[in-house]
Design a protein. Structure first.
Length: 175
């Protein structure tokens, strides 16, 4: 059975800890709903909810963490073949997540207004998949983390970060 790796957190330190029942062994995401709101002149992420499929192939509804405004939200429906290739965004130490971008099978979904330090969890196609999220929230989403499910029996490769030069190496590359 594949293992999950926790990656993160990004965002503010306040708010209540939010997590899924990892004992249900999440296998894939089915839907993701992101809601945003306006803070002065900038949009920021105010809530997230999602449905994941567990090891028994049963859907599990999670959230909302923060709040979902039906007028300012989008739900992404995912098929069994869909894979989250990247989760990235920006955050503020007090406001929380200011922007969020999800890349699913090369299609980008972007929410909020980029402001503050950036984070990114790029996953090479086929190496791993974001299954559920965890984080912190109060009346808005304060911090976000992800669980990554390994796909090929090797450690999950997350990255790259840095420049485009050099020679790629990893733990399977002989030195």
């Amino acid at each position: 059975m594949a293992d999950t790796v926790k990656v993160g957190p990004w965002g503010a330190l306040d708010g209540q800890a939010r997590d899924v029942n990892i004992g249900s062994r999440p296998q894939r995401l089915k839907t993701i709903t992101i809601s945003w709101g306006w803070d002065f002149e900038n949009a920021r992420i105010i809530g997230i909810s999602f449905v994941y499929v567990d090891q028994e192939d049963q859907p599990v509804l999670v959230g909302p963490w923060g709040k979902i405004d039906p007028q300012l939200s989008q739900t992404i429906e995912m098929t069994q073949e869909d894979q989250v290739n990247c989760v990235s965004g920006t955050f503020d130490d007090s406001a929380g997540i200011t922007s969020l971008q999800l890349i699913i099978n090369q299609q980008s979904y972007a929410f909020g207004s980029p402001a503050g330090p950036a984070f990114s969890v790029p996953l090479p196609q086929g190496d791993g998949d974001v299954v559920p999220f965890f984080g912190r929230s109060d009346d808005t989403l304060k911090a976000l983390r992800v669980y990554v499910l390994e796909k090929n029996g090797l450690p999950v490769m997350i990255g790259p970060w840095g420049g485009s030069g050099g020679t790629p190496v990893n733990i399977t590359t002989s030195v």
